[in-house]
Write a protein that binds this ligand. Structure first.
Ligand SMILES: [Fe+2]
Ligand SMILES: [Fe+2]
Length: 189
C-alpha cells in the first residue's frame, strides 16, 4: 500500500489530533529502531496502527472484543483500544505478524515477554514530542544517551505505574509482570 493511501485509510479511524500523535510515534519509533537495530518496516506498521482503535467508542469496542472473559482486562477499559486495535490491524490492514500485533495490543501496558518491536512502540508512545507532561519530557531528554532499550522501557513503566497508583487505579497484571522481570534484570545484571 502506498503511503498516501495508508494515511487516507487511517484517517477514517483517527481524529486529527490522534493522527498527529500517531505520526509523532512513528517518527520516534523509527529513530529507536535505527538506534537499537530493529526491523524498521515492522516497527513502522506497529507504530502507525498502535492507536487505530483509540477513537472507537468503548461500547463499540466491547462488541468487537467479544471474548472479554479476562476479568482484569474487563475492569480497565482504558487499555482495551490496544486489544481492539490488534483485531482491526489483522482484519482490515491484513497484518499477520504476531510481533506487530502484540506491539499494538500491549502498547500502553507492556507485557512480560516483549520483543524489541513492542518495547519501541511502548516507549515511543510515551515520549513522543506531543507529550508535554514532565515525566515524558524527562525521559525524552535521555533519548540520545547511550542506554539499553530495557532501561528506557523501565523508566516509562515506572512513570506509568506511579501515575496509576497516584490516581488509585488498577494496574494491569502484564505491567506488573514486566516490572518484576525487568527491574530484576536491570538491577542485577
Ligand atoms: Fe494508546
Ligand atoms: Fe498512542
Amino acid at each position: 500500500m502506498k503511503q498516501n493511501d495508508l494515511i487516507k485509510k487511517i484517517k477514517n479511524f483517527l481524529t486529527k489530533k490522534r493522527l498527529f500523535h500517531t505520526l509523532n510515534v512513528v517518527k520516534i519509533s523509527l529513530y529507536l529502531a535505527e538506534k537499537y537495530k530493529v526491523n524498521p518496516k515492522k516497527v513502522f506498521w506497529a507504530a502507525i496502527l498502535h492507536d487505530i482503535a483509540k477513537d472507537i467508542k468503548i461500547s463499540q469496542q466491547k462488541k468487537i472484543l467479544k471474548n472479554l472473559n479476562d476479568n482484569e482486562l474487563k475492569e480497565i477499559p482504558l487499555i482495551w483500544h490496544g486489544f481492539t486495535g490488534a483485531i482491526i490491524a489483522k482484519k482490515i490492514f491484513k497484518i499477520t505478524d504476531e510481533n506487530i500485533l502484540n506491539a499494538i495490543k500491549y502498547h500502553s501496558t507492556g507485557n512480560l515477554k516483549m520483543r524489541n518491536i513492542e518495547k519501541i512502540v511502548f516507549v515511543a508512545d510515551y515520549i513522543e514530542p506531543g507529550r508535554k507532561y514532565l515525566s515524558s519530557v524527562k525521559i525524552r531528554k535521555k533519548l540520545k544517551m547511550k542506554m539499553e532499550l530495557n532501561e528506557l522501557v523501565l523508566l516509562v513503566l515506572e512513570e506509568k505505574i506511579k501515575y496509576l497508583i497516584k490516581l488509585k487505579k488498577n494496574i494491569f497484571k502484564n505491567s506488573i509482570d514486566l516490572w518484576n522481570n525487568l527491574s530484576f534484570k536491570t538491577a542485577y545484571k
